[in-house]
Design a protein around this ligand. Structure first.
Ligand SMILES: C[S@@+](CC[C@H](N)C(=O)[O-])C[C@H]1O[C@@H](n2cnc3c(N)ncnc32)[C@H](O)[C@@H]1O
Length: 277
């Protein structure tokens, strides 16, 4: 391979030292305070989390796709790092909040935050780009963690209850198309699987996917291993490469289950890493 070809084949713009550092399988990112608008979203992920993966899995000018875009954190991070990004989000209010934030964000990346159903991503892209849909080098997203937000948890000091008291959203929407409103767990896993199956043709050769989820303790006390079930379902179409664990160590510890039952404070998320075969 010539020097020019091997430069073309590199995955990212990192030097060796940065590369090694980025491959540790767990890391801590504590979200920064959010803007007043962003605070209304119940489960935004931090831009710093996205930047880590953008730096590793893409180079400048690459295209990134987020089918569950929320208030556009993936797009904000992409714009800042000179990557182009398209996000699809069902809730129009989050699209508005995200678009306002994107306008103020400095950076050279092009971004499109579209209101729509992730299931129709191909059609949405077709409307904008006609026959020249850009090849996505990375799909970076976080789908609803099943109906976790719908299930009241904890006592008086729970974050959910505090959000409710402050007038912030405690779940995404009442829409039937909202994945977070599916009650049947198997249907939830399969619906997300179908959405990602449909996206496979528009991902570039060898493109990576980073999907951020959490395993969840259901109200009957049984754990729903969302990360593991999704990994298995998505492996039908994509090659499962690894996972990275995103830890938060600035979250308040809740007193759950005391003094009879083991209930942990879950302050980590699974970042599933898959690749187009
Ligand atoms: C975990 S949040 C993503 C948050 C996002 N990463 C951010 O930082 O703002 C999941 C998002 O999926 C959206 N959603 C749920 N069902 C959807 C669907 N069928 N199509 C598109 N978006 C959907 C919800 O409204 C919610 O904003």
């Amino acid at each position: 391979m010539s020097k020019k070809d091997s430069a073309k084949a590199t995955l990212n713009d990192l030097n060796g030292k940065e590369w090694v550092k980025a491959t540790k399988s767990w890391f801590v990112v504590n979200p920064k305070p959010r803007s007043a608008g962003q605070a209304n979203h119940p489960a935004k992920y931090p831009e710093e989390l996205v930047s880590r993966f953008l730096r590793f899995f893409t180079k400048a000018d690459a295209w990134v796709l987020d089918p569950f875009a929320g208030v556009g954190s993936t797009l904000v991070a992409a714009k800042e790092l000179g990557r182009n990004a398209i996000g699809v989000e069902l809730n129009g209010e989050y699209v508005e909040i995200g678009s306002r934030h994107l306008e103020k964000t400095k950076g050279s990346g092009r971004t499109y935050l579209i209101m729509g159903n992730a299931h129709g991503t191909l059609e949405h892209l077709g409307e904008i780009f006609k026959d020249s849909i850009p090849p996505f080098s990375l799909l970076m997203t976080s789908p609803p963690y099943w109906n976790m937000l719908r299930k009241s948890r904890g006592g008086n000091d729970s974050v959910q209850k505090e959000r409710e008291a402050s007038g912030f959203d405690t779940y995404y929407s009442d829409s039937e198309e909202d994945i977070g409103n599916l009650d049947d767990y198997a249907e939830y896993i399969d619906t997300i699987g179908e959405i990602f199956d449909r996206l496979e043709p528009i991902l570039a050769k060898n493109a990576y996917l980073v999907i951020v989820v959490q395993n969840m303790r259901d109200i009957d006390g049984e754990m729903k291993p969302i990360a593991w079930d999704l990994a298995r379902r998505l492996s039908k179409t994509y090659a499962l490469r690894q996972e990275m664990i995103w830890c938060q160590d600035n979250k308040r510890l809740g007193c759950w289950g005391y003094p009879t039952t083991y209930v942990s404070n879950v302050h980590h998320h699974h970042c599933l890493i898959l690749q187009k075969r």
